[in-house]
Design a protein. Structure first.
Length: 444
């Protein structure tokens, strides 16, 4: 049996693994590389294996860095089943259609697939459920809840005398909306994410951070920009603002724009899956819509988004993309970042070379659509709202796995995974830890 690494090997994006046995070739995730132009160039390059030879695919969750290259795989001849749960399917439909649309619109980037390839991809989905083993390619395969976003999974494959676990992205539990991460207690071989392998999230309450930022712009009548991923982060923000408004901690009249068609659709998917909510949220469902409150303005159409700048008074604008690599947030950035009264709240991971990362690293000017934009706004970064486990969370997760023999650290930049490697050595003295590079192949 062989395992090869065709993405997220020394980077956070592009997750893609191939597990090869005598009779099957199973792809685990197939995500887009996101970040610098050099990194994104990898999306146009060959996968490192022959797509038509892959016999099936397992998908952990619907973030683009895990699913965004699947239609390319299909376009290049992959024709096997793609296993995922219903919530992941519902979010996948939104994420992939959006990705295809963005590619078609941005002529400067090569389109690696079309909307037709997305339709074909969705037709190949096989819906499975958490904690319900199924047989494929000689393995008994089980998805367990990774607690990262709605539908997210860690995957365990048992067969050929081995038990192999893929962590997928691990959640920052407990979270506002979804159930906590389910631990895996037994695996010989583990492939584990290491995004925050070198640091812990701050010990601050994300709801308080949000309140402080909204209160700051309420005092001056300015704008608060929050670049946010459409899946999960936006719904968490809405839920937190709902709480703050109900408690009177932010003004009822403060207008909050959910300015992202993709986030609007993703919120509908959340509403369709109350069975995946955590206990706390389930208990309040009858009396409260967790994603709605007074002053919420949902801007579906582009022209309504453009008009936001003409509205007077305090405004909170939640828009994608989360790392400011595209989407409606860029227009708002160009409009508002030069104003020193503006606040910018960064609540998600910012990959290297993105505008979001440049700003968090202190850039006083950024290029938006080729134009120079001065950054005079008050910038605050909080990782307390992260949907990723931090170093302590990752160590707790791996501690639950009894006696792993081999551990592959992926989905992290080199600094974080080296730091995590050192820490794990203290927990599992005998485990052999590897930090693979792109297209490396190992014998299992
Ligand atoms: Zn993810």
């Amino acid at each position: 049996m062989k395992l090869s690494f065709h993405g997220a090997a020394g980077t956070v994006t592009g997750s893609c693994y191939l597990l090869t046995t005598d009779t099957s070739k199973i792809v685990i995730d197939c995500g887009l590389f996101q970040g610098s132009p050099e990194l994104e160039q990898l999306n146009s390059e060959p996968f490192g294996f022959t797509p038509s030879e892959a016999t099936g695919m397992l998908l952990t969750h619907a973030h683009l860095d895990h699913c965004g290259r699947i239609p390319k795989l299909v376009r290049e001849g992959f024709n096997g089943p793609i296993y995922m749960n219903q919530a992941t399917y519902d979010l996948l439909e939104i994420a992939l259609n959006d990705a295809a649309k963005v590619m078609a619109e941005h002529k400067e980037k090569a389109a690696i697939y079309s909307e037709d390839d997305v339709i074909k991809t969705l037709q190949m989905a096989h819906i499975i459920e958490y904690n319900t083993p199924f047989q494929f390619g000689g393995f008994s395969i089980t998805y367990v809840n990774a607690g990262h976003i709605l539908g997210s999974a860690s995957i365990i494959l048992e067969g050929f005398g081995k038990r192999i676990a893929f962590s997928g992205d691990l959640g920052n539990s407990p979270q506002d909306l979804i159930e906590p991460t389910e631990y895996i207690t037994n695996a010989d071989i583990v492939v584990m994410e290491s995004t925050y392998g070198d640091r812990n999230h701050p010990d601050e309450d994300p709801t308080t951070v949000l309140q402080e930022e909204i209160n700051a712009v309420e005092k001056t009548g300015a704008a608060l920009l929050i670049p946010a991923f459409s899946l999960e982060r936006t719904q968490e923000l809405l839920h937190k603002i709902d709480h703050l408004k109900k408690k009177g901690l932010v003004k009822e009249e403060t207008v909050v724009y959910m300015d992202s068609p993709m986030a609007i659709r993703a919120t509908d998917v959340f509403r369709a899956h109350p069975e995946l909510y955590n206990e706390e949220l389930k208990n309040h469902l009858e009396t409260d819509d967790p994603f709605s409150f007074t002053g919420l303005q949902v801007t579906q159409r582009g022209k309504d988004s453009v008009r936001i700048k003409n509205q007077p008074g305090t405004k909170v604008i939640i828009a994608g993309s989360g790392m400011m690599t595209g989407g409606r947030i860029l227009n708002h950035a160009a409009n508002y970042l030069p104003d020193s009264k503006t606040h910018l709240l960064i609540v998600g991971f910012q990959a290297e070379h993105t505008i979001g990362r440049q700003i968090t690293e202190g850039a006083t000017h950024v290029k938006v659509y080729g134009q120079d934009v001065a950054v005079n706004a008050v910038v605050r970064e909080s990782h307390a709202m992260s949907s990723h486990a931090d170093q302590t969370g990752l160590l707790t997760w791996i501690k639950h796995v009894a006696n792993p023999q081999r551990l592959f650290l992926t989905h992290g930049e080199d600094g974080p995974r080296e730091a995590l490697k050192l820490k794990i050595t203290d927990i599992h003295q005998s485990v052999h830890i590897e930090t693979p590079h792109l297209h490396d192949e190992v014998e299992l």
